[in-house]
Design a protein around this ligand. Structure first.
Ligand SMILES: Nc1ncnc2c1ncn2[C@@H]1O[C@H](COP(=O)(O)OP(=O)(O)OP(=O)(O)O)[C@@H](O)[C@H]1O
Length: 256
């Protein structure tokens, strides 16, 4: 198997606190890899380093073998490395469908030159974006609320919309940071189903940070356990749940 993304011996400190500690991970192409670990283990920091929101103090990040450490978050996005974000405040006043239509990078309509000189092209591209957005909204099961303001959607529907936004671009790998939090069981089932379909039918690779063990168990293989900024163990969820070192890290002395 080919690693799609690799983190090689990365270090990151905030002030005197060494949060990521000579950490190396790789995510296989086509996998849904989980990442778990106690609070403060460094999971979100590692995601920020991978997505380009933070720069490591040392070490490298590779995407399909290319060193992307020096690239900005935006440049990584254009290479197909995406992370879901909560719907930003300014988008809550747009409909669900418009939220999807805002996503594609380099829309011709955003370029003044094309707007003035090639209105036909702009209209064609907008129609194409709209067609794609309608496809996506069907896929994520939100067709019935497509014209609702994003701010009025339920927490779970917003999570589905966030996932839908990743489908408006050509993602290779999507980093999902705790998307199950606050989502009811029915919508969580939809979310899991959609992630599986994106993986199976559209070839997306996922790296999933999650505290919800049920979701990790249903979705992820392998699972990486991060503790104190390092990989403690990696493997199938069943082996991990029975690993005394992991139980100790989660529940403290005596729990194992
Ligand atoms: N920008 C920052 N400045 C200073 N310290 C930070 C910063 N970001 C994170 N930290 C610290 O780094 C450590 C790891 O935080 P991080 O959010 O990466 O952990 P996590 O594994 O995602 O935790 P959780 O599961 O609780 O979300 C914590 O001690 C946190 O306080």
């Amino acid at each position: 198997m080919t690693p799609l993304i690799e983190v090689q011996q990365v270090n990151k400190a905030f002030g005197g606190l060494q949060v990521i500690n000579d950490c190396s991970i790789h995510v296989e192409k086509g996998s849904i890899t989980g990442m778990i670990g106690p609070n403060g283990a460094g999971k979100s920091t590692l995601f920020n380093l991978m997505a380009g929101a933070l720069q490591p103090d040392s070490g490298r990040i590779l995407l399909e073998g290319d060193d992307i450490t020096a690239l900005s978050a935006d440049q990584r996005f254009h290479k197909g490395l995406l992370r879901t974000f909560q719907i930003a405040h300014e988008f809550t006043h747009m409909s669900a469908l418009e939220n999807l239509m805002m996503v594609p990078p380099a829309q011709a309509g955003e370029n003044l030159f094309t707007t003035w000189f090639k209105p036909g092209l702009v209209r064609r591209e907008e129609a194409e974006v709209r067609r794609r957005a309608l496809e996506v909204i069907d896929f994520i099961g939100l067709h019935h609320v497509r014209n609702e303001l994003a701010g009025n959607l339920s927490g779970g529907q917003k999570k589905l919309l966030e996932l839908g936004r990743t489908m408006m671009t050509n993602a290779k790998i999507v980093l999902l940071d705790e998307i199950a939090a606050g989502v009811n069981r029915t919508l969580l089932g939809d979310l899991i189903g959609n992630i599986e379909r994106l993986n199976r039918e559209m070839g997306y690779t996922f790296l999933v940070i999650e505290h919800d063990m049920d979701m990790i168990a249903r979705l992820c293989d392998p699972v990486i356990v991060l503790a104190q900024g390092q990989v403690m163990v990696e493997g199938h969820i069943q082996d991990i749940q029975n690993n005394p070192e992991v139980i100790e890290a989660y529940f403290g002395a005596g729990a194992a």
